[in-house]
Design a protein around this ligand. Structure first.
Ligand code: HEC
Length: 296
């Protein structure tokens, strides 16, 4: 029937053209619906596993966000209480392990914590004997906690007390069922000496956000400068509010002593944030400027 309209050879040509166009459309569709979305997902990490935010004095997921603690001075340690595990030490160590280590090393120390998923090298699997960088003996693990492992996600935990670090050493060893000996007697003795020889000072810790707030508060000690541009007197006297704040911070008692204030500001002109015009101010105008600046 159709050959009344087109000749067989033309039909063939038409069909093959149709085939080419069809293939092209299928390829484009494949690209648009399968390959492009696939490419877009290639670098998105797998859904992250929820981790209970560890609580306590250490182990904050955001290491800048720990609570403030005051400086503590600890006496030397009797090596007997830390060189071998005891129930009190193990209890302390387990709590510290949960707070600080589980995110990467996993609850059983298999190196499978969610925090370690993206790390290369991977967190150590404490249940296996092979492949330790520093080693699994007491003195090796202590060294790891003291210094961290360079070039890996394992950072130093030397902000923990020596006793706490030893507690963790025993917990790490307890997670692996293999033989962790023989220890190196000299290294152990050196460690014991270290513990017995001197006490230690755990310094003040202020979380970074808190420190930032403090700095900001200090910056805002001259709040009047913030709206210098709207205050008629200040608008004429201040060129650069930030600079001026710095200048004021460098003048002791500028709020109390208007003469010292006028003298110090005039002396550091120009470039101290104040307009050179202030040099011509009469004493009353200096007083007015001083009280405007100190918000009085
Ligand atoms: C940010 C993830 C992370 C956290 C948190 C972490 N570790 Fe690690 N840890 C690693 C990685 C990664 C390695 C592997 C380093 C390597 O390959 O040498 C490692 C290795 C180790 C090793 C073995 C070192 C060796 O000789 O191979 C010990 C022991 C260890 N960690 C103990 C701890 C303890 C105890 C804590 C908690 C106080 C802790 N880690 C917290 C990532 C972490």
């Amino acid at each position: 029937m159709i050959d009344t309209y087109v000749s067989p050879s033309e039909l063939k040509r038409l069909l093959s053209a149709l085939l080419v166009v069809g293939t092209f459309i299928v390829l484009v569709a494949l690209f648009a619906f399968l390959i492009v979305p696939g490419m877009r997902n290639v670098n998105t990490p797998e859904a992250s596993v929820a981790v209970d935010a560890p609580q306590g004095e250490t182990g904050w997921l955001d290491p800048t966000d720990y609570p403030a603690t005051a400086r503590v001075v600890l006496p030397p340690i009797d090596p007997k209480t830390v060189m071998t595990p005891n129930p009190e030490l193990m209890a302390r160590g387990k709590a510290l392990f949960v707070q600080n280590c589980v995110t990467c090393h996993g609850p059983e120390g298999k190196g499978d914590g969610p925090g370690g998923a993206g790390l290369n090298p991977k967190p150590r699997n404490f249940t296996q004997q092979a492949g330790w960088t520093n080693g699994y003996r007491i003195e090796n693990i202590y060294k790891t906690l003291d210094e961290g492992v360079k070039g890996s996600g394992m950072v130093s935990y030397n902000y923990l007390s020596k006793k706490d670090r030893m507690a963790l050493v025993h917990v790490v060893q307890s997670l692996g069922a293999f033989d962790h000996g023989p220890e190196n007697p000299e290294a152990l003795e050196a460690l014991a000496k270290l513990f017995a020889s001197a006490g230690e000072v755990i310094p003040d810790k202020i979380p970074v956000p808190f420190a930032e707030q403090k700095l900001e508060a200090e910056d805002q000690a001259t709040p009047a400068l913030a709206d210098a541009s709207t205050h008629p007197l200040l608008r004429g006297a201040i060129l650069d509010p930030a600079r001026a704040a710095q200048t004021l911070a460098g003048i002791p008692r500028w709020r109390e002593d208007d003469k010292a204030f006028a003298l110090a500001v005039s002396a550091s002109l120009p470039g101290n944030g104040f307009s050179p015009a202030v040099a011509t101010y009469a004493p009353e105008r200096w007083k007015a400027l001083q009280s405007a600046l100190s918000g009085r």
